[in-house]
Write a protein that binds this ligand. Structure first.
Ligand SMILES: NC(=O)c1ccc[n+]([C@@H]2O[C@H](COP(=O)([O-])OP(=O)(O)OC[C@H]3O[C@@H](n4cnc5c(N)ncnc54)[C@H](OP(=O)(O)O)[C@@H]3O)[C@@H](O)[C@H]2O)c1
Length: 291
């Protein structure tokens, strides 16, 4: 018999999981969400499964339960389920938070369930199917043995790479993901503002920036992070960096500390590259720390 799954919290990740779990051969058992419209949409995406008002009704027969609510309510949803004995003995309950430990689900062990977390290291801006957003990504898992085994199996079915992670390391792991993904968006927003400041229409800024960003990502992939650094700091072009700081200070003064701080974190990469002498590095540091 096919393993069955239930989803609590039918948003971007919940709906994406529902489609791809069905795609790898699991059967939808039930869906519940804050709004019943979201649960209905998830069931429609999965091609079946009960739509329930009560979380415990959606999960009571499922072999696998995903709690894909916002992080802040995962624990209370799990406690509510445990209170109503909403999961069956031997079921595996997983949440998808990158930062929270699986132990926030601990109450469910009272029902005989196994608990874990399985975090897809991907940015889901919308439910994503039939394209496979899991292909080649890391899915980091921790928790009970049965949860780890299941996480490994699901990751493999999704063509993702399962990464066992120490619970204590999750916060730093997640912070790294925020820097690489969310702050990349912040960087693009900053660069966009600067381009708009020199008269480029806002609808054109991405056309200008994206080929540059893609080229940089290619260099990082092919040459490694440190060797991918180009530009005035890597060359030791002090006059250019000074000119940038002067102009940003005049045109967009709130962005000067942003430019300077990132520059400060770029200096060690330039130093490691070996192309800039010590005196120039010191002078660059002065410009990049000047208030
Ligand atoms: N988005 C990402 O890029 C990403 C990546 C990796 C991991 N994650 C993790 O995946 C989980 C879900 O994130 P998401 O981005 O999918 O969030 P989301 O799109 O906001 O979806 C969360 C869903 O949970 C429902 N919900 C809210 N409170 C609820 C409650 N008390 N009971 C039941 N359902 C409730 C919401 O309500 P409605 O019923 O009103 O729609 C919403 O559809 C989080 O743990 C997050 O950390 C997200």
């Amino acid at each position: 018999m096919k393993a069955t799954f239930a989803i609590l919290g039918c948003g971007k990740v919940g709906v994406t999981l529902a489609w791809h779990l069905v795609n790898i051969g699991l059967a939808p058992a039930g869906f519940a969400s804050r709004r019943s419209a979201s649960a209905h949409a998830a069931a429609e995406t999965a091609g079946g499964g009960r739509v329930c008002r009560e979380a415990g009704e959606a999960t009571k027969d499922a072999d696998i339960v995903f709690i894909t609510t916002p992080d802040d309510v995962i624990q209370s949803v799990a406690e509510g389920l445990a209170g109503r004995k909403g999961v069956k003995r031997g079921a595996v309950v997983l949440h998808c938070s990158g930062v929270l430990p699986s132990t926030i689900l601990a109450d469910l062990r009272r029902c005989g369930a196994h608990i874990g977390s399985l975090h897809p290291l991907q940015s889901f801006a919308a439910p994503t199917f039939p394209a496979n957003p899991f292909q080649g990504i890391v899915m980091a898992g921790e928790g009970d043995d049965a949860a780890l085994a299941l996480g490994r199996e699901i990751a493999s079915g999704f063509q993702a790479v399962f990464l066992p992670i120490e619970t204590a390391h999750k916060t730093l792991y997640h912070a790294a993901a925020v820097v690489a993904s969310n702050y990349l968006v912040t960087l693009m927003a900053a660069a966009t503002r600067m381009l708009e400041g020199c008269g480029i229409a806002s609808e054109d800024t991405l056309k200008v920036l994206l080929p540059l960003v893609r080229g940089t990502l290619n260099n990082i992939e092919n040459r490694g992070v440190a060797a991918a650094l180009t530009g005035p700091i890597a060359r030791g072009d002090l006059d250019t960096v000074e000119a940038h700081c002067r102009k940003i200070g005049e045109a967009l003064p709130d962005m000067l500390p942003f430019y300077q701080l990132l520059g400060q974190y770029t200096l060690p990469l330039a130093k490691a590259g070996g192309g800039v002498d010590t005196a120039t590095l010191r002078a660059l540091e002065e410009v990049l720390t000047k208030t």
